[in-house]
Design a protein around this ligand. Structure first.
Ligand SMILES: *Cc1c(COP(=O)(O)O)cnc(C)c1O
Length: 393
């Protein structure tokens, strides 16, 4: 009999009932160090007082009004994002995949209004992940996500990750945009080298192509800069955000330049919930904390500490790990064993991690994790690595 919850996930038998900062507490009382943060969502950990206050304060006043009216919290969050990024304008969504939908619509509408209705093709990359909507799976294109869901949204061309020749060969007069994650998340924590992002920007400028960055996972201070592309010193035309921006409350956004957004006039897009007062009150509280130079400095210091500890872990377990990769607090342990084995062993040792493609275990801790928590988490990973080897005999 089909379970009452549609079984599209194979879930771990864990029932968390409470969260405190970097800790998750199971129904049976066990305490876990959370290096998954709800897949890079709980950017400030669990039950952060400023976020609890922002949410409960807003909940006492007004939950929802719809975008038929002015929403001051939405205005405030848009102003903060515009002030601290390349963007001139912002549309709020409830998830990453909805941000993907709008980013694609915006790019196509841009070229349509410019008198180039033929420029509908969007180049994307192998190993990418852009959400589970029909557009999102067509954009990513992997068989795992698309099989059985045809007909797929057309107009995507997929290029091998790092395959410069294929990229250049794929560019023709129909290409209107390039869509890429500055650091692939689901694909296995694969950072795009700064030089390559610079090169993509230059290519887009030369050929008259919009650059869309998917910062749903790597954005919002995860890499040690507010947005990951800042490391490369270039800016996109359109950017997708979600996950960390709501700190656990469902919130996403599409940020764009005035030029790239110019086709999106009144009536061309909408969302009932997108940018509602509750979500934006929390989003403002998140931004006020994660966008300050002091916070980013701490993220970078903690990232350096975690990375150093992980290098030690890898060196201590050469049969389990191949290496560490990633940027900031978006790190991956490349494994020589099946990543799920390590993740499961971690459950037994009180540490939460997340598997990814390419034999990688992802570490995406709350950005305000302490040094003591990092040290303890890596200790627990050390036990987990032992347990994986023991199980293999
Ligand atoms: C998670 C993710 C998405 C999809 O976000 P949802 O909120 O699950 O719809 C899109 N792109 C990237 C890079 C992601 O990591």
């Amino acid at each position: 009999m089909i379970p009452s919850v549609l079984p599209t996930y194979s879930r771990a038998p864990l029932h968390f009932v409470k969260g405190e900062g970097t800790w998750l507490i199971e129904a049976d009382g066990r305490r876990f160090l959370d290096l998954g943060a709800g897949i890079a969502v709980n950017a400030l950990g669990h039950a952060h007082p400023a976020l609890v206050h922002a949410l409960t304060d807003q909940a006492q006043k007004l939950w929802h009004v719809s975008n038929l009216y002015e929403i001051p919290q939405q205005q405030a969050l848009a102003d903060k994002l515009v002030a601290s990024s390349f963007a001139d304008t912002v549309f709020f969504t409830n998830s990453g995949t909805e941000s993907c939908e709008l980013a694609i619509k915006m790019a196509r509408k841009y070229w349509y209004e410019k008198g180039h209705p033929e420029k509908t093709t969007i180049l994307t990359f192998d190993g990418s992940f852009h959400g589970r909507s029909s557009a999102g799976i067509a954009a990513a294109g992997s068989e795992k996500m698309t099989k059985g869901f045809a007909p797929l949204l057309s107009g995507f061309k997929h290029v091998g990750w790092g395959d410069h020749d294929a990229l250049h060969a794929a560019i023709d007069d129909t290409v209107g945009a390039i869509l890429i994650e500055p650091v692939q998340g689901e694909g296995g924590i694969r950072p795009l080298p700064d030089q390559c992002l610079k090169g993509l920007r230059a290519l887009c400028d030369e050929k008259g192509i919009l650059l869309i960055l998917d910062e749903v996972q790597c954005g919002v201070s995860r890499t040690g800069r507010l947005f990951a592309h800042e490391w490369a010193g270039v800016t996109p035309d359109i950017m997708m955000v979600a996950k960390g921006i709501g700190g656990g409350f469902p919130l996403g956004a599409v940020l764009a330049t005035e030029e790239a957004a110019s086709g999106m006039t009144a009536g061309t897009h909408g969302s009932t919930y997108g940018g509602n007062p509750l979500a934006c009150a929390v989003g403002c509280a998140v931004m006020d904390i994660v966008s300050t130079p002091e916070f980013l400095e701490t993220v970078n210091a903690r990232a350096g500490f975690l990375r150093q500890k992980l290098e030690g872990l890898v060196a201590a377990h050469p049969d389990v790990f191949e290496g560490v990769r990633g940027v900031g607090l978006m790190l991956g342990l490349k494994c020589k064993v099946a990543p799920v084995e390590l993740v499961k062993a971690g459950y037994g040792c009180g540490v939460i991690t997340v598997p990814a493609a390419d034999n990688v275990v992802r570490l995406l801790p709350p950005l305000n994790i302490s040094e003591d928590e990092i040290a303890e988490a890596v200790n627990r990973l050390d036990f987990a690595a032992d347990a994986v080897l023991e199980a293999k005999g």
